[in-house]
Design a protein around this ligand. Sequence first.
Ligand SMILES: [Zn+2]
Length: 311
Amino acid sequence: MSALSRPEFHSEEAAFSHLEWLIWGDAPVCPHCGGLDRITKVKANPEKRIRVGLWRCGDCKKQFTVKVGTVLEHMRLPLHKALQAVYLVTSSKKGISAHQLHRTLEITYKSAWFLLHRIREAMRSDDVTPFGSNGGVVEVDETFIGRKKGLPKKRAFHHKMKVLALVDRESGKARTMVIDDVKAETLMPLVIENVEREARVMTDEHSGYRDAGKWFAAHGTTSHGKGEYVNLEDRSIHSNTVEGYFSIFKRGMKGVYQHCGEGHLHRYLAEFEFRYNNREKLGFNDADRAVTALKGIIGKRLTYETAPQAA
Ligand SMILES: [Zn+2]
C-alpha cells in the first residue's frame, strides 16, 4: 500500500465519488437551479458516450457533474489523474513542476501546466480576517523576485516583481500579495486592511512603514542595514519569521519554477501560502492538505489568456 494506492487515484468512478463526498456530502445539489430533491444518477455508458459522474436534475431537467462551477469544470483530463496531481502538489514541500507532473502522470506538458494552475487557484485562500487580534504580533516585509517583462536588468530592484507578506506570529499563518511598488501609499493601505488596530507590527527600517506606529498599538523595527536582526532590549522585536517565509518561497521558486511571469505570480504565491498555512507544525498532514485543496475548487473559475511558453 502507498498513499497513492487509494481507489480515487485509479478509478474514475471512485474519483467522482470522492469529490462528490467532499463537496456535497450525501446530498448532491444541482448547480443549474439549486435543486436538491429530484436528483438522480445517470448510469455511465461508454457506448452511448455517457460519462462517469453524471447526474440529472428532475426540476430543471439538466445534467451536471460535481465539476460544474469549480476550477476543474472544463478540464478534459480524467479526474483520477487530477486527484493524483492535487496529492503530489500538496504533499511535496516545494511543489512540483509542470515537467515533472507531465512525466509522472503521463499527460502532455500543456495539460500539466493548466492543471497546476487550476490546483493553485483551488489553493488560493479567500480568508480576509485581519491578523494580530488581541494585541498579537504581525510581521510585515516585502521582497523582490524575478524580472518584469520588458524591463532591462538593473542593479536596484525596479525591474523586479514585488511581493508583500504578513505573518501572524500567534497563529503561524502567512498572507502574501503581489504589489506594484514599495511606496508607503501602496504598502500602508494593505497593512491597515489586513492587520487589527490592537496588533503590534514588526518591520525592518524601510521608510514605507514609517507611519505604522500611528495605526497600530505598537510598531517595532530592526535596522537590517546596520546588521540588526533582533532588538536586544526587547527580543520580540524582529521580523525573522516573515524573512524565513520569503526564504522558503525563494528557494522553491528557484528550484522548481524557473520562469514565472508577473501575470502568474499571484498563483505561485497562493501555492506557497497554502502549503505554509497548512503545514505539519500547525497540525496538518498530507491527506488533510489534499482535502482542503479539493474543497477549495468550489466557486472559483479560471480563464486563461496565456498558454504555456515552453514545451
Ligand atoms: Zn436543476
